[in-house]
Design a binder for this molecule. Structure first.
Ligand code: A2P
Length: 292
């Protein structure tokens, strides 16, 4: 691993550089909380902010970025397309709405939030392909620096291969000790994709685990820091979130220790813990309509 500070980057397959830890905003309430926490994160040194149309906080995230005073070009901004907006023209329209919400004229990265699956519609492959065609159009028009997917598994990526003229560069998935989907991680990495981790701390659910606490104590670090470092050592880009400025900073202090190989293996293989229960085929529809 060749990452030594927050602004060091992973390089996407098209050469675009992406700061190695992003600040996540899932479940961050809209309004002052989102605006102030995003500004505080940028003050703390984050230069990569991850949001989504479905989080309902794009406007405030955009205001927080502006309030930080850091130039647009120096903040890597990701947002995500939502499942209700599938199809070529709807995809383009919702992308434009996200740009407006965020108050920007281009995005660094745009992700398909969830794949359409066979259980929902028999022509899921075509639906995903049409959405992707919208992504490719915006990329070719120069409104997007990079494009990717989220919550995709091998079969969804392979189905997209039949249609895509630009391959997804990123897959953002749930990833933390206790649920790493490691086969999917390796599959994506072998295809030259960057894997990003949503809920790298298991949305807080793994932080009290005894095994993780014992391992973190061995390195003189918190469990949150252990989880973030673990993702980085797996070449997975973590998107931790905290509304607490001290913890935002703590989550960046992960470059002064190294988890040894046996512990990384143990973390990859840890029994199920903190899993949201959401996979593309069986994520509950109401949860999908409300968030990640
Ligand atoms: P808080 O906002 O009060 O800090 P994830 O990134 O996996 O979604 O996890 C987010 C959850 O983890 C939030 O509840 C957040 O609470 C908590 N959290 C984030 N960073 C830390 C930390 N360094 N120590 C303890 N809890 C943390």
């Amino acid at each position: 691993m060749n990452l030594n500070k927050l602004t060091d980057t992973f390089v996407l397959s098209n050469g675009v550089e992406i700061p190695c830890i992003g600040y996540g905003t899932w479940q961050t309430p809209s309004g002052d909380v989102a605006r102030d926490s995003v500004k505080a994160a940028i003050d703390a040194g984050y230069r990569h902010i991850d949001t989504a149309f479905a989080y309902g906080n794009e406007v405030d995230v955009g205001e927080g970025i502006k309030a930080s005073g850091v130039a647009r070009k120096d903040v890597f901004i990701t947002t995500k397309h939502w499942i209700t907006e599938r199809g070529y023209q709807k995809t383009i329209d919702t992308f434009e709405a996200s740009l407006k919400n965020l108050g920007v004229d281009y995005l660094d990265l745009y992700l398909v939030h969830w794949p359409c699956v066979e259980k929902v519609t028999p022509d899921w492959k075509e639906v995903n392909a049409e959405t992707w065609r919208g992504f490719e159009k915006m990329y070719k028009d120069g409104k997007l620096r990079a494009l990717g997917v989220s919550n995709y598994e091998a079969k969804h990526l392979e189905a997209l291969d039949e249609f895509a003229t630009v391959k997804p560069m990123v897959n953002q998935i749930e990833f933390h000790p206790g649920y790493t989907q490691y086969d999917n991680v390796l599959y994506c990495q072998n295809r030259g994709m960057l894997v990003q981790a949503w809920s790298p701390l298991g949305s807080g659910a793994v932080l009290k685990d005894e095994t993780l606490n014992a391992m973190a104590a061995k390195y003189g670090k918190s469990v949150a820091q252990l989880c973030i470092r673990f993702a980085l050592q797996c070449d997975v880009l973590p998107l931790p979130k905290s509304l607490n400025p001290a913890r935002m900073v703590q989550n960046t202090e992960v470059f002064d220790f190294e988890i040894d190989k046996d512990d990384v293996k143990a973390l990859i293989e840890m029994p199920l813990l903190g899993f949201t229960g959401w996979r593309p085929e069986d994520a509950p529809a109401d949860a999908l309509v409300n968030g990640d």
